[in-house]
Design a protein around this ligand. Sequence first.
Ligand SMILES: C[S@@+](CC[C@H](N)C(=O)[O-])C[C@H]1O[C@@H](n2cnc3c(N)ncnc32)[C@H](O)[C@@H]1O
Length: 545
Amino acid sequence: AENAAVVTNECLETQSTDASTTGSSPPSSHSRNAIPEDCGLVYANIPDIHEWGVFTMVPRQKGSPVNRFGDIIIQWPDPSPMRHDPSLCEDGACPPRQGLLQYTWNGQETGGHNEGRKRVESVVTGLGMCARTTSEAARKHNIIPLVPRVDEGGLTRFDSPGAGAITQYHNYTWWFTKDVEAGEELLYSSSGKIPIIAGDQMTDTRVAPSKPSLDYLKKNGYCIDNIRPRKSRVKEAGRGAFATRQIPEGAIVAPVPVVPVKREELMAKDNTHHKSKEQLLLNYCLGSNTSEWLLFPFSPSINLVNHFHDPNVKLQWSHSSLEIIGQYRHSPNTNKNPPILMLEMVSTKPIQEGDEIYMDYGQAWEDSWWKHTKEIWKPINEHYTPSYVMDDAIRMLRTEQEQKEHPYPNNVFTSCFYRYSDRTEEERTIAKQRNQKDSASLNSFRWKLTRGLYDLKNLRPCSVLKRLEDSKGRSAYAVRMFNRHGLDEDERIPEDQLHIVTHVPRAAIRFSDKSGTTDQHLTFAFRHEVGFPGINFLEEALRPQ
Ligand SMILES: C[S@@+](CC[C@H](N)C(=O)[O-])C[C@H]1O[C@@H](n2cnc3c(N)ncnc32)[C@H](O)[C@@H]1O
């Protein structure tokens, strides 16, 4: 937020300067930023406090979706410790997060925690990065997210060179928790964003002295519902971005706020486990092979724009970003982190409703993709079934004993929705006493449904010991619960406890993918940034003089 404050309202002016085609020098072209009459959501710089926020242009009802389509999430397993090393924390206080890590969520909030061995950060694009947050205690939030969908977007490791090159986490939808008036800001609770490392503090949102008027938002905001996700028309590309309405030539299709990231941060930490060399995030960054900097764009659906040699949009620096970068050129301290910058995605031809949006990713990307499909990629024919397919296919779960005869595929295990902290003090004391008396005794509890139990952060490994049928013929299970990395302290079952839970319904048990086995970890998964020569302009400004 502090960085965003540097981006002034000038960024929202209707005229912009184009640095995308030449790289280092910014030629001028003009684009129109007219908000369509029926635009429902805008991204605007809040007057007085100079922070960016998301606003609704129409009244909304409690229980209705913010958008009819959700955002993608990119899982960032075991980020390189360079920028935020827990070993740098002293007495529970850690150095502040920098770069993209300032905006990520704890992976367990999005169900991504099994993607990594120790730590997973979730990059929640769209509203998760554009909307501002408020603390749970302040109770000012008016939107909440639901669970994402997880699948391969039609690209399987058995037949597609695109397998592992796109994220499997998508359709992360947001819902209103209150009735909201036209012009109100969308805020969500920051609890999901509280970082994994103890000691990090979230600051609460700064409240604007006065609410921006609808007129101000129309004149100064960027429309952020001109594009939406859908399966791409490009074979092997996965999902794509499509126009939700007609867009004239030369108009701003979407704002493209970007976080600068150092290329070296996206190297996977451990190549023996995360077999591909670079993180999946690289495929969603803008850059050029001559720059050590990358830009991660994050407005809704922007990350879904695919490559085509005959594009209908291009990227250009916003006027204000050019100024900020210009200031860097003259600043003697070039070592500091560059702030959030703003690009604009501008139509280069008239676009019809339903058209797919394409950019030209450039020759280096095309060459790399060509090499990947012709020389590197090979179909995989080993036995593999992703967890979401197992969940659909296997309704009745096998006990540990049955699995000896009839095992599940190697890449999956079972997880249960369970909260150890739901046990009453009394239950815990009895368990403790029993443990002290007889080390062989079991602690067995009855599963019960409590509020919020089906949140993804409450998933933990569990093994099925017994299957029973209830009076209505439905299966219920007795399971042993385990701990996993990243669990909150009060959720950890004491190491010396054999924690058995009975009457667990099938709905509370899920298949999960073992760490390092999903497509994004495939050895031959494609990795290349989206070509954006305009980054050279930033690179030049940041280079020590
Ligand atoms: C910025 S993402 C675009 C969104 C992506 N299609 C998805 O489903 O998440 C870039 C990645 O999309 C895929 N892609 C984009 N354009 C493509 C094309 N023309 N052919 C094949 N794959 C493409 C590649 O995997 C690339 O690394």
